[in-house]
Design a binder for this molecule. Structure first.
Ligand SMILES: *Cc1c(COP(=O)(O)O)cnc(C)c1O
Length: 217
């Protein structure tokens, strides 16, 4: 479909929702995409990208960042604690703060002098046993524990259950963020970013609609 087309659709969704397009950030999710596709999107002017794997991002982005100033890189995949240090150095935002052990690890890195990326807490809005994320009931306690560690997450993130209507999950995430006084909402992917914008998303994570299908080969 192409990144310019997605940017136009985002503007249209904002207009329809009565929102300023400046309040929605498009994260182009480039995980496992061939280099030529990512470079074409960089050449088209897109500067905010999402990656799921620390090692893959580490291999690609430091070089591209030199050639394309102004890149902002967002970690949207599960983050192992033993990769947290590298992730903190590489990413401008981490959307997947999903457990206390990772919060403690990040707080420890900050205590050692690291400047932490913007943090989003991933919420398991569907209470799915196999899915990462803080359970809805546990979110207030998790956020207080983060505050005690000196962490200040800026928003919430969710991945609605596969095959379900995402809108109730977007609404739930929005109300949880409002209750917690958090301004940012990372929600909406290729199939549902317009609905997410209507529900208040500030960050939409769009991969295949921009780059084409991923080939995990
Ligand atoms: C891969 C991924 C996306 C992008 O998915 P598409 O359906 O290709 O847009 C968005 N968010 C997360 C967390 C992902 O892992």
């Amino acid at each position: 479909m192409g990144v310019l087309d997605i940017q136009a659709r985002i503007r249209a969704a904002c207009e329809q929702a009565g929102r300023d397009p400046e309040t929605v950030t498009l994260i182009a999710v480039s995980k496992v995409q061939p280099d030529d596709r990512v470079l074409a999107v960089l050449d088209a002017g897109q500067r905010v990208f999402g990656e799921n794997y620390v090692q893959e991002a580490q291999g690609k982005w430091p070089g591209w960042r030199v050639s394309y100033p102004g890149v902002s890189l967002h970690m949207i995949g599960p983050l192992q604690s033993n990769k947290a240090r590298v992730a903190v150095g590489l990413f401008d935002a981490i959307h997947t703060l999903d457990r206390m052990s990772l919060a403690r690890k990040l707080a420890g890195l900050a205590a050692d002098g690291a400047v932490l990326p913007d943090l989003f807490v991933q919420v398991n809005t569907g209470d799915e046993p196999q899915k990462a994320g803080v359970l809805v009931d546990e979110l207030p306690g998790f956020l207080s524990a983060c505050a005690e560690l000196g962490l200040s997450p800026r928003g919430l993130m969710c991945i609605p259950p596969e095959g379900a209507d995402p809108v109730p999950h977007f609404r739930l995430l929005r109300s949880l963020a409002a209750d917690a006084g958090l301004p940012l909402l990372s929600m909406g992917m290729s199939a549902d970013f317009q609905a997410a914008i209507a529900e208040g998303a500030t960050h939409v994570r769009v991969g295949s609609a921009i780059f084409g299908a991923r080939d995990y080969g």
